[in-house]
Structure formats: C-alpha cells, structure tokens
Design a protein around this ligand. Structure first.
Ligand SMILES: [Zn+2]
Length: 220
C-alpha cells in the first residue's frame, strides 16, 4: 500500500476541505442540483472540473472506456452508464448532456488493433465505437477523425433513449458533442448542422451572432 495515497487524504482533509466546508454543508443540506451530465472517458488526462471551470455539485459525471453510450436496452444486465443517464435525466433533471471524446484516446486506437484475448469485457465494450471506424490505414489523422465520429455516434444513440428524445424535442434538454485536444487544452465542438467539429471560440462567435441581445453585453 502506498502511504503517499494516505498522505494525500490528509492533505485534502487539513488543507483543502476547510475552505470548502461551507459549500459541502450546503450541498448536503440542500442536495445536489447539477444541471450538466458529463459523459467522459476514463483517461486520466481528462479532468472535467478543470476543463469546465467547475466546483463541487456542478457536474454529474459518468466515465467509461471511450466515453461510449450503450444502446437503450431494457433487458437484464448491468447497465451502469445507462443507469447514470436515467438518474441524471429523471431524478436530477439535468438540462444538458455533454459527450466528451478526446485526442489520443486508447479506446479509439484499440478499435484498430487486436485486443488481448483475455480482455473479454473490453472486446465487447469497444463494439460501441465500431461504427466510427474508418476504412483507412491507421494514422494520427484517422484517429482524430474516428474520435470525432464516435462522439457523433454516441449522441445518436443517446437520442434512442425515449426520455432523452422527449426532452430534447420539447426543448428542455440540450445535447453537446465535444472533442477535447489534450495537448492544446482546447475543445472542439460538434456543429450538428454541418456535422463538423469547430473550435470552441468559433462556436461562441456563432452563438453571439444568433443572439440579438448579445450586443448589449458588449457596451462599456
Ligand atoms: Zn479515451
């Protein structure tokens, strides 16, 4: 056992927690009310709270290998990600769902290689990204494109969840597809009209152009 891990616990308790004690007290007394469900990859380089400048209570997060959304399937099984989606939508009433893929994703790369025969669960799980695979020679460019295609694929599958589709169509739930570039600290955002991923700053500009009141905020 690594004592370093225990030392980190002590550091949290003595140094960080005191500054957050009141905030956590409120989150216990009033319950959690996150408005965002973040579906991300297990990759250790993805840190949703940093990425979204968020604090405790703000993000409901489900992570799995590849940021995949399993098919809506009411049959018996241990549907962890589906259960989290249901809880976020039905119990918490989140207003947004983000599917966040990322550059250098091991799950996406694994779609192009032979997994170890022992990895029985992984072999089956990776099938959730299979339709994103391109019939090309493996390259970094192909991997980036596959990562993006997978995000779009997962969003499509999310729309097969009846409670998600109902809320999206009623305008009560908004879906976002992101591709996070680890080496640039930058998110590319899926434009559902064009099917292209655009830099997040271009998406901000586009949102401003569509908002007639936005100019007011620019006045000194
Ligand atoms: Zn990944």
């Amino acid at each position: 056992m690594s004592d370093d891990i225990l030392r980190r616990l002590r550091r949290f308790h003595t140094q960080y927690f005191p500054r957050l004690r009141k905030q956590f007290r409120n989150l216990v007394d009033e319950g959690q009310h996150p408005t965002v469900l973040f579906i991300g990859c297990c990759d250790s380089r993805i840190v949703p709270y940093l990425l979204m400048d968020s604090g405790p209570g703000e993000l409901f997060i489900v992570r799995n290998v590849g940021s995949f959304v399993p098919p809506f399937d009411a049959s018996h099984g241990y549907h962890g990600t589906a259960a989290a989606i249901e809880f976020a939508v039905l119990n918490l009433g989140v207003r947004e769902i983000i599917v966040c893929g990322h550059s250098h994703c091991g799950a996406i790369r694994a779609l192009y290689t032979e997994p170890p025969a022992e990895a029985l669960h992984m072999i089956q799980w990776l099938e959730l990204g299979r339709d994103a695979v391109l019939p090309v020679t493996l390259s970094e460019e192909a991997l980036r494109r596959t990562e993006q295609r997978s995000v779009a694929l997962q969003l499509e599958r999310l729309m097969d969840y009846p409670m998600v589709r109902r809320r999206v169509e009623a305008g009560n739930l908004y879906l976002r597809g992101w591709h996070y570039l680890i080496e640039e600290g930058k998110v590319l955002v899926l434009d559902v009209e064009s099917g292209q991923f655009e830099p997040f700053d271009a998406a901000i500009q586009a949102a401003r152009a569509n908002d007639p009141l936005d100019g007011i905020n620019l006045l000194p």
